[in-house]
Design a binder for this molecule. Structure first.
Ligand SMILES: NC(=O)c1ccc[n+]([C@@H]2O[C@H](COP(=O)([O-])OP(=O)(O)OC[C@H]3O[C@@H](n4cnc5c(N)ncnc54)[C@H](O)[C@@H]3O)[C@@H](O)[C@H]2O)c1
Length: 262
């Protein structure tokens, strides 16, 4: 198994991509600790993983709260003695453009989608750097970004801004932590079949439009993103740091302003 006995933390794992990553980490032999603002959902996912023979602990955690993130990391370390992998994944989508976004909307989305990632990375990095200083293994931090950094829509301003910040966080943290045995990478999914994407795929016309701009012709599965997360978490990715890896069914390569030849 590719993550045998690694201690892996995942935020926002009560559903969607985070849940798929938690399940795959556990299936690859990891001891998994998940935190989600939806405490009931986190507990249900953990129970389901444990029922199928995995090792998972579910906790309530709002990633925008420093104390709660530090508590999540501390709980993982108390239970398992160290931290090998942290996947910062919890985020929210708010739909409004520059004219309609209130200061409260801005603060709320940035608190979860950007500060939450910073706090998760920082708490994990401090633990991992301390492990390296003791002569133990460091770790792997993974940030769930998005292709919305490079291509976006007018009405998801705060979401795209937060994901842009995550690109900088990933590069900057990877440089600071390279000599401490900690790798930091990001995953940039295209359209993955989760509740979040259902918010954008409001009707059949929206679905057709998204599919017409996705060369592989379908939504990605959360489990396909989890495959990439397993790779980045594993020692197979030992020489990869500071990268954002796109998983989008080919969308970023398509110049969709021109008709596709038959
Ligand atoms: N679905 C996609 O197509 C897609 C594309 C690109 C990037 N992403 C990114 O992937 C990640 C997961 O997205 P998803 O589609 O699974 O979303 P989702 O909405 O299905 O799940 C998000 C999870 O995060 C949790 N959460 C929200 N706010 C939180 C907070 N303050 N503290 C802790 N947990 C919180 C929610 O309860 C939920 O369980 C996000 O970072 C998202 O931006 C998704």
């Amino acid at each position: 198994m590719r993550l045998q006995d690694k201690v892996c933390l995942v935020t926002g794992a009560a559903r969607g991509i985070g849940e798929a990553c938690a399940r795959r980490f556990a299936a690859e032999g990891a001891k998994v600790v998940i935190g989600d603002i939806n405490a009931e959902g986190a507990l249900a996912v953990a129970a389901s993983i444990n029922e199928s023979g995995g090792d998972c602990m579910g906790l309530a955690c709002d990633v925008s709260d420093k104390n709660q993130i530090e508590e999540l990391v501390a709980t993982a370390v108390e239970a398992h003695g160290r931290l090998d992998v942290a996947l910062a994944n919890a985020a929210q989508l708010h739909m409004s453009d520059i004219l309609d976004t209130s200061e409260d909307d801005y603060d709320r989305i940035m608190a979860v989608n950007l500060k939450g990632f910073f706090l998760t990375d920082q708490a994990a990095a401090r633990q991992m750097a301390a492990q390296t200083a003791r002569g133990e293994k460091g770790g792997s931090i993974i940030n769930m970004s998005s292709i919305q950094v490079d291509i976006t829509l007018p009405n998801i301003l705060t979401y795209s801004m937060s994901k842009g910040g995550i690109r900088s966080l990933t590069i900057s943290a990877s440089l600071a932590l390279a000599d401490k045995g900690v790798r930091v990478n990001a995953i940039a999914p295209g359209s993955i079949g989760t509740d979040m994407v259902a918010q954008l795929m409001v009707d059949e016309a929206a679905r057709v439009k998204i599919m017409s701009r996705t060369p592989l012709g379908r939504l990605g599965e959360p489990d396909e993103v989890a495959s990439l997360a397993v790779f980045l978490a594993s020692d197979e990715a030992a020489y990869i740091t500071g990268e954002t890896i796109t998983i989008d069914g080919g969308r970023m390569g398509l110049n969709y302003t021109c008709p596709v030849p038959e």
